[in-house]
Every structure is written in structure tokens, then in C-alpha cells.
Design a protein around this ligand. Structure first.
Ligand code: GLU
Length: 465
């Protein structure tokens, strides 16, 4: 690897997967799978391009655009687009690599890919965002298609951006097709797609709680610390509240909003934050002089405190469940230890690679030691796959030219989250021998299950032999 450029995020994602395969009995039983891992860790194709656009002052702007088409063994490349100034090839390769195995765990026919640009939507007008999306899709359109590669949203790409990009694809190709998911409901989108990642995450954790407590506990009465305040965090929070849990925090890149009130956040407060985020405002603006009248009355200073420049983990007192829903590497080793000291029993990632390797090692060591208050960790590729799963259901509806009901999609999402959980659990029991009394490793089990499915398909298709 030494003559390759340093790709810290991708190397982290690769090592996390590879180490769980190494520490299992998989390679003893199937030594040939080492070759498969070597092949699967190189993208089938990487596309890089420039996007030139004009800002509201009439000045020229330029950004870097990318699409990593990582693996197409199980279906068309599938995965979101991220618009964020931090975007580079290392980040998109890590996201694309995770996406391969996540998509495999959905049980649907989707390969893995990821793309995006180092464009910062913050502080941009709608006009500027539209112009950027048109420029970005003008180039991307030649590389994607409903049976080739189907992008969707990720950080910085909401249904508004999907709409602008879909319109441009349609103009260039003169073709209406399901080339993007996360579309508007009146033009090919699926019900439950906006809610799917957050709802799916909470459905997954319900299974963790039920299994670990042998059916004696639910979300009712649990204190839940959530980071982030975008689409994933909002719908995770709403579902936790619906199931009787108490949401004690949300956050953004500038700081954390925390409540010590026993009722936690209410649905109305979560909706107030959703409205604030559509207006591309920071949580800090809630208590600032320019806050709009609605949010001024909605959030009282006696109920909430805003702490700048921190993530919520170490600032919420006793907790039962932690749901990182912001971005990668948002739980450090120190924060992992702090969460354990605060009593956390369940950690499940709504974000991709939400925990650092150090944090995962701490959670896993604690699980293996089987102490009374054993903690159970679930990685993003198993716990947050509800989003891409409903994207897969959106593709199916587009192909059939049909729309399913809310109940139908929600039921399928619940079934998919259940099988993701059971697949991780059963695969860990099969390939990681730790004794009956320890909770199985969901990170090892999910990695092995996703990898085996992809590796076997690649072999059938002659990608390795
Ligand atoms: N960006 C989401 C993820 O990380 C969804 C991708 C999709 O729907 O294609 O899984």
C-alpha cells in the first residue's frame, strides 16, 4: 500500500472490516476469501470531474465532483451523494466500501457506490444550489442510469437537490427513469423514504433491547442521547418518543442542544428543529437575537441548554441508549468510555462509521467481558441500512410503475431491519466463538454476513477464482 496516497478514512473502514474477518473462523473455513477481500477493496471504477458554476454575484466557482462505483456484483451501484467541504476520495471510498456490505445486508439487489462534491451548501442561495446541481448532473449523467448506478442523498443532499439533479438528468437523456432515489412523493418517490434511516435504526435497536433483556424491556423509560439534527436524527428521535423513550439531546457541527427535563424533547420541538434545518440555520440560532418568533416561543431557556463546540455524549448524565446520527468518527475513545461510565447499554450508528476504531474496541472489550451492565454495539452498515433499503423499494416501485402504501413500505422496512439484526447475530454465533453467555458481536457478524454474500456473487461472476 506504501506507494498509494494516504486515505485515512478508507483505510480505517477497510481495517475495521478486515480485522473482524481475521478474528473470526471465516478465513480458516474459506482461505480463498482472502483473495476476494483483496479484489473487493479496489473500486471497479472511480470517476472524477470538475463542476464550474456561477454564483449570485456572477462570479465563477469551481468544485471537485466524484462517483466511486465500488462493486456491482449484487446489482446496480447504489449509494448516496454527499455535498460537504470535507469531501475527498478517501471519504467517498470509505463510504462506498461500507455501502457494498450494507446493501448486501438489506437482502435486496443493490451494488455499492458513493459520490459527491466538496461543495458547501451552507450559506448558498436556492439559486446557487440549483446551478451547482445542474452542473454536477451534467457530467454525472453520462455515468449513471436506472440499471447502472442509482445515486441518492447523503449529508448536504436533500429532496430539493435530488429534484434539481433529476430534472437535469431527464433533460439531457430525454428519459424519465428511476435514476435517483429520495425523489418527491408526487414524482416517483417512495412513502417512508424520508423517515426510513431513522425509523429503521430504532426498529433495529428494539431488537437489540428485546434480545439482550430476554423480552423484558422496550424503549419505554429509556434515556436516549442522539447526535445530529438532520434527517436521520429527526426521525430517530420521533420514533424513540413514539415508543416511550426520552430523547435528551440533538446536535450540529457547532454544538449540542440538551434537556434535563424528564419529558425530554417533544415531537413539536423536533419539528421546530426540522424547520430550522430546512432554512439551513444552526441550532445555536434558537436562542440568538435573530431567532424567528416561532422557535423563540417553542424552546424555553429553562428547559434547554445549548453547549457550543461539544458533542452531546459526555453532557447528558445517565443514559441507556446512544444513537450517533451526525457523521463519521463522532465517538472518540474517551467519549466511548464516558458513555459506559454513564450507564449506556446500547450504541447503534445512524451515521456511517460513527465510532472511531478506538471507541469500537472499548465497546467490544466491554461486551466480551460480559459484565453485568454489558454494552452492545451495532455498526452503521447493519443499523442504518433502512435508508438504502427503502431506496431499493423505491427502485422496485419505479420499475413496476406502482406506488405502495405507507403501511406496506413500513412493514417491509421492519422486516428488513429484523433480518439485518438476525443475520448479524446468527453469523456471529457461527463464525466467532466466544461462549454462550456473551452477547454475539454484531459488528463481526454483520461484516462477515455482508462480505460472504458479496464475495460469493463475485466468484460466480468470475471476478476472482
Ligand atoms: N446515504 C444513505 C446511506 O448512507 C442512503 C443511500 C441510498 O439511499 O442510496 O446509506
Amino acid at each position: 500500500m506504501s506507494n498509494l496516497p494516504s486515505e485515512p478514512e478508507f483505510e480505517q473502514a477497510y481495517k475495521e472490516l478486515a480485522s473482524t474477518l481475521e478474528n473470526s473462523t471465516l478465513f480458516q473455513q474459506h482461505p480463498e476469501y482472502r483473495k476476494a477481500l483483496k479484489i473487493a477493496s479496489i473500486p471497479e471504477r472511480v470517476i472524477q470531474f470538475r463542476v464550474v458554476w456561477e454564483d449570485d454575484k456572477g462570479e465563477l466557482q469551481v468544485n471537485r465532483g466524484y462517483r466511486v462505483q465500488f462493486n456491482s456484483a449484487l446489482g446496480p451501484y447504489k449509494g448516496g451523494l454527499r455535498f460537504h467541504p470535507s469531501v475527498n476520495l478517501s471519504i467517498l471510498k470509505f463510504l462506498g466500501f461500507e455501502q457494498i456490505f450494507k446493501n448486501a445486508l438489506t437482502g435486496l439487489n443493490m451494488g455499492g457506490g458513493k459520490g459527491g462534491a466538496d461543495f458547501d451548501p451552507k450559506g448558498k442561495s436556492d439559486n446557487e444550489i440549483r446551478k451547482f446541481c445542474v452542473g454536477f448532473m451534467t457530467e454525472l449523467s453520462r455515468h449513471i442510469g436506472a440499471d447502472t448506478d442509482v445515486p441518492a442523498g447523503d449529508i448536504g443532499v436533500s429532496p430539493r437537490e435530488i429534484g434539481f439533479m433529476f430534472g437535469q438528468y431527464k433533460k439531457i437523456r430525454n428519459q424519465w427513469e428511476g435514476v435517483l432515489t429520495g425523489k418527491g412523493l408526487s414524482w416517483g418517490g417512495s412513502l417512508i423514504r424520508p423517515e426510513a434511516t431513522g425509523f429503521g435504526l430504532v426498529y433495529y435497536v428494539q431488537h437489540m433491547i428485546q434480545h439482550a433483556s430476554k423480552g423484558s424491556e422496550t424503549f419505554a423509560g429509556k434515556r436516549v442521547v442522539i447526535s445530529g439534527s438532520g434527517n436521520v436524527a429527526q426521525y430517530a428521535a420521533l420514533k424513540v418518543i413514539e415508543l416511550g423513550g426520552t430523547v435528551v439531546s440533538l446536535s450540529d457541527s457547532q454544538g449540542s442542544l440538551i434537556t434535563e427535563s424528564p419529558e425530554g424533547f417533544t415531537p413539536a420541538e423536533i419539528e421546530g428543529i426540522a424547520a430550522l434545518k430546512v432554512a439551513r440555520k444552526q441550532l445555536s440560532s434558537i436562542f440568538s437575537a435573530d431567532a424567528d418568533a416561532h422557535n423563540n416561543t417553542l424552546f424555553s431557556q429553562s428547559k434547554f441548554k445549548y453547549i457550543p463546540n461539544v458533542r452531546p455524549w459526555l453532557h447528558v448524565g445517565k443514559v441507556d441508549v446512544a444513537l450517533p446520527c451526525a457523521t463519521q468518527n463522532e465517538i472518540s475513545s474517551e467519549e466511548a468510555q464516558g458513555l459506559i461510565d454513564a450507564g449506556v447499554k446500547y450504541v447503534a450508528e445512524g451515521s456511517n462509521m460513527g465510532s472511531t476504531q478506538g471507541a469500537i474496541d472499548i465497546f467490544e472489550a466491554h461486551r466480551e467481558s460480559n459484565k453485568n451492565n454489558s454494552i452492545w454495539y451495532a455498526p452503521g452498515k447493519a443499523a442504518n441500512l433502512g435508508g438504502v433499503a427503502v431506496s431499493g423499494l423505491e427502485m422496485a416501485q419505479n420499475s413496476a410503475r406502482l406506488n405502495w402504501t405507507r403501511e406496506e413500505v413500513d412493514r417491509k422496512l421492519q422486516d428488513i431491519m429484523k433480518s439485518s439484526f438476525e443475520n448479524g447475530l446468527e453469523t456471529a454465533k457461527r463464525f466467532v466463538s466466544e461462549g454462550e453467555e456473551v452477547l454475539p458481536s454484531l459488528v463481526a457478524g454483520s461484516n462477515i454476513a455482508g462480505f460472504m454474500k458479496v464475495a460469493a456473487a463475485m466468484k460466480d461472476q468470475g471476478d476472482w477464482w
